[in-house]
Design a protein around this ligand. Sequence first.
Ligand code: GLU
Length: 450
Amino acid sequence: MNSYVASVIEYVKQRHANEPEFVQTVEEVLSSISPVIDAHPEYEKADLLKRMVEPERMFTFRVVWCDDAGQWHTNIGYRCQFNGAIGPYKGGLRFQKNVYPGIIKFLGFEQTFKNSLTGLPIGGGKGGSDFDPAGKSEAEIMRFCQSFMTALYRYIGPDIDVPAGDMGVGGREIGYLFGQYRRLKGVWENGVLTGKGFSYGGSLTRPEATGYGAMYYLQEVLKHEGEDIKGKTIACAGFGNVTWGICKKANHLGAKVVTLSGPDGYIYDPDGVSSSQEKIDYLVTMRNSGRNRVQDYADKFGVEFHPGEKPWGVKVDVIMPSAMQNDVHMEHAKQIAANGIKYYIEVANMPTTNDALQFLREQPGMIVAPSKAVNAGGVGVSALEMSQNSERLVWTAEEVDAQLRKMMENIHRVSVEAAEEYGLGYDLVSGANIAGFKKVAEAMMEQGCF
Ligand code: GLU
């Protein structure tokens, strides 16, 4: 590895020892781009990487809210404006009780390269709160969102920073956040948030975009291997918005999603979760119930439920970890390899531990695709939502879908080309990191050192 790259990784390890997720993602990205640094000594001269691993700005804020029983609560809000070299900061808000600076920073760093890969002018940002939405009433969620936006609204804007949803933040939360922004500022700036409802500036296909995009990307990979998506079996995780989108598209394309997971275990449905509209709709019912249990699916449709287990031991054609970070560990990776699975397509942000990812990438014949490419369709369609908002136009679902498909083909193609340029062969992980990095690096260099 390039010695400058190694020194920056070491620096991040020391400085962020208490933020393992951030260290993990920096290590993953920087080791991939090592050959680019070899080829561009001017990057080391400008100490570009040290600047890239430091957010431009990251702040916390107090979020105070009152529950239905009249009890007051204080949570911490975060926004990390990681890199604005290629466009306004853009990235979701995560409301989950495990949120702390290391999670927000890792997601903001990933987002910078992901957003670059979309080919659209969006910088990287992320935010959220350690607020736990589980079991909260509608009114509590609304009060929390209003308080959150009251603290954040001065620091965002359509040309500054455009938040969106992530775990725990869906259409409902975006609505409350947007309403409060409008109330405070007294302006209709619908480009300030994405993932909005269709009645007030949301884009058609945004809810499906991450899952659809992942399936379009998978199609590109299969095309490269001379295979067809029809009839392929897929193991997914979670039962949230992304997995729902994958199931919907799998249904259109004749592929079969056979597993879902939750904190309680996983279900195996050999006929396919994606096989009927009723089953696909039930994912939304489970999500809205707030019970956070996948066993409900097994009870309703009479399929196997495996308590306390993850679905990575199931024999399928394609693995798509689509739930959360660090979901696939070394023991699972070994199982996946032993099952002879060829396609390992990451969907959630950093779903694989670094050692497991390394192991999978070394398996002969196995194709590994990285989440920052595979899930980029979500934020990509957010950028299309921003375009529609600034043009004061509404595109049809077909127009958005055609753009999304083109975007995913393009992300796959530029990743392949970037890896080939550095003699790495069909290496989608390195290719995505290199392609995402190149544009941000170039923009930063051209804008001078700051
Ligand atoms: N949270 C999603 C992501 O990780 C969406 C972000 C956005 O639409 O800005 O890409």
